[in-house]
Design a protein around this ligand. Structure first.
Ligand code: GLN
Length: 239
């Protein structure tokens, strides 16, 4: 941690907040405070400088136009690159995941990404909308991913980048794998918001940010109920 409180930055809420991903900031802050960790959440708009000394950066989903603008502003700002070089945690969802890579498509054109992780995204033939579930990379030691996806792009992973999960329901990157991670950068197509549905994933980000190997257990009854309700809903519609 950079200071005595955990600093979480919600990146560009004016551009990348279309799909309810702000909930991820609320969940992280709450789960940290429940463990007695003081937290500061900073919402940094796209016309502001991005601080580079924070512990966790959250980048949400967005429509094509705001996604392209967000990527251009983040590249010009340079704060996220400096933060990653200093070991900060980055969690990107959907558009916020795609723009961390080398390139992505928006409004029919190819845009340069931030090149923070070796992934590239192109257009899919169909839009992927619906439940998204998968078995998470066993090295991360997490229960299955549960989420909801809504995107047109498809994502390809370069060597040295690991998929976050193997898809069991939905499309994710390409119908086989979902999301990606490398070092303390992690991206997913899961909205939901992802961390409300996947508290163990929230705790992974908190562990990466604090360097703590284990966090005190907290009551996850509601998250567990939500996960099993969604699992039952998927099973009910499966042919
Ligand atoms: N515009 C991107 C796509 O459709 C991302 C959408 C999103 O963030 N939900 O692929």
């Amino acid at each position: 941690m950079s200071t005595e409180s955990l600093r979480i930055v919600w990146v560009y809420p004016d551009l990348l907040s279309t799909y309810g991903d702000r909930g991820n900031a609320l969940i992280l802050a709450r789960r940290a405070r429940q463990r007695g960790l003081p937290v500061e959440v900073l919402e940094v708009r796209s016309d502001q400088r991005l601080p580079s000394a924070a512990d966790i950066y959250l980048i949400g989903g967005g429509e094509d136009g705001p996604q392209a603008l967000g990527a251009q502003r983040l590249t010009a700002d340079g704060g996220l690159h400096r933060a990653v070089a200093q070991g900060s945690v980055v969690f990107g969802v959907c558009a916020g995941y795609q723009l961390l890579g080398t390139s992505f498509f928006a409004k029919g054109s190819k845009y340069a990404g931030l090149e923070l992780i070796d992934i590239s995204s192109d257009r899919g033939e169909t839009r992927a909308v619906g439940e998204l579930a998968g078995d998470i990379d066993p090295r991360l030691g997490l229960p299955p991913l549960s989420g909801f996806e809504n995107h047109g792009g498809r994502t390809h992973l370069g060597p040295g980048v690991s998929p976050l999960a193997r898809v069991t329901t939905g499309i994710g990157n390409d119908g086989a794998t979902e999301g990606a991670w490398r070092g303390k950068l992690l991206g997913t197509y899961s909205h939901g918001p992802a961390l409300a549905r996947n508290p163990a994933l929230a705790d992974l980000l908190l562990r990466w940010a604090t360097g703590m190997h284990q966090l005190p257990a907290i009551d996850d009854t509601w998250a567990d109920r939500l996960r099993s309700e969604r699992r039952a809903a998927v099973a009910a519609v499966r042919p």
